[in-house]
Write a protein that binds this ligand. Structure first.
Ligand code: PSV
Ligand code: MN
Length: 390
């Protein structure tokens, strides 16, 4: 069969890298119930092994992000070597300053300096881990905020945040970065200390070049134009990465591309236009999802494929035709160029890309046939399954 694949599109798709969250492989749920699944990892080593399966069948998920302390181990260098043995590498280190009793009123914004010190020490400890794993990014998401008007001083909390962030920033090595994630609300409901991209970017600008913003697609109000935020951050050189997932209502953490594949395409279109897909562009394309009712490894494979499909469509946008139509004020023509790409069935094209990489055209089916799902159910007996908090 002769290849129909545009070489530039093929190369861009082969180079794409998507990072998997270790926590997607553990048990998760809502505050109502966590349903345990058979074969779920009991420790970070097994989580990494599962992530490696996703890479084995998709070829574009070579790194796995850790969450500390959920993925605490005695020897991070050893975990990094285990990852290499499995065919992947350790990626972003996600900090956790939201699951300790001391953090009830906040962490880095807490009114008590000793709690702020404890939170900052945790973040510095995460950088020590990055030194051992070779990770580039420290991801910061703060649950800090207030529930009631008058509960605390909004501006004083911003000052505490700025001071805490500066202490962490100073400790970063030359190649390391701090990526700051914002979230509209939850667990705080009245004020959140980093609620939006504006607050995040203003702190990152004050910190310097090694601080960038993370866009978690689930962290916006309904109707927010996320691709606009992406475009503005890319223009400012301040987009650090994504936490991809889908939302219908709030921070649902569903599979990316499930709720709104068109939004995902629009986001990837902005990324492609800014030539920011290349790994060297320094944008971390991470998933941040929980598979509460679906099997986890296939859920991650499907999610990676959804990002890949949206990317392929974005790469198919005829940039010249689009620019011509835009210049000419041809509203419908410009829109049609975009929709033509979005409406293309890219599955045959992706099957070709996978064939070139020696991969099965259907990663979900190939995984199902691999014997791995049965093996982990048989082998992972005893011990306690990993989940939120472990
Ligand atoms: C918060 O909702 C968040 O999106 C942050 O990225 C956390 O680190 C992650 O979820 C894990 O729960
Ligand atoms: Mn997130």
């Amino acid at each position: 069969m002769t290849s129909t694949l545009n070489p530039a599109v093929g190369a861009a798709l082969r180079d794409q890298q998507i990072e998997l969250p270790s926590w997607a492989f553990g048990n998760s749920g809502t505050r109502f119930k966590v349903f345990a699944q058979k074969g779920v990892p009991r420790d970070p080593y097994e989580k990494v092994a599962d992530a490696a399966e996703v890479h084995r069948f998709t070829g574009i998920a070579p790194t796995v992000a850790l969450h500390i302390p959920w993925d605490k181990v005695a020897d991070y260098g050893h975990l990094a070597r285990h990852a290499a043995d499995c065919g992947v590498a350790l990626g972003t280190i996600n900090s956790n300053t939201f699951q300790d009793d001391d953090y009830m009123l906040g962490s880095v914004c807490h009114p008590d300096p000793s709690v702020r010190r404890k939170a900052v020490d945790h973040l510095l400890g995460c950088i020590d881990i990055m030194d051992a794993t070779g990770s580039r990014d420290l991801k910061l998401w703060f649950a800090d905020g207030t529930n009631y008007p008058g509960q605390d001083d909004i501006r004083a909390r911003q000052d505490r945040l700025a001071e805490s962030l500066a202490s962490v920033y100073r400790r970063l090595g030359g190649q390391q970065r701090l990526v700051l994630e914002y979230k509209l609300f939850e667990p705080a409901f009245y004020t959140t200390d980093v609620p939006d991209w504006g607050t995040a970017v203003s702190h990152c600008l004050a910190l310097g070049d090694k601080a960038r913003v993370v866009v978690d697609t689930g962290h916006h109000a309904p109707g927010t134009n996320i691709e606009f935020i992406v475009a503005v951050l890319l223009r400012a050189g301040k987009l650090g990465g994504f936490d991809f997932n889908s939302r219908f209502y709030a921070d649902d953490d569903l599979m990316v591309g499930a709720a709104d594949p068109f939004q995902l395409f629009r986001i990837m279109h902005e990324v492609v236009k800014a030539d920011a897909l290349r790994p060297e562009a320094g944008i971390a394309f991470m998933l941040d999802q929980c598979h509460n009712i679906e099997p986890k490894i296939p859920g991650q494979i499907r999610s990676v494929m959804n990002v890949q499909e949206a990317t392929a469509k974005a790469l198919l946008v005829d940039a010249d035709a689009l620019a011509r139509a835009q210049q000419a004020g041809d509203v419908l023509g410009a829109h049609a160029v975009l929709m033509d790409a979005y409406n293309t069935d890219v599955r045959p094209l992706l099957a070709e890309v996978r064939a070139e990489q020696g991969l099965d055209a259907d990663p979900v089916a190939a995984y199902a046939r691999s014997g791995y799902p049965e093996r982990i159910v048989a082998e992972r007996v005893g011990g306690s399954q990993a989940g939120w908090g472990a």
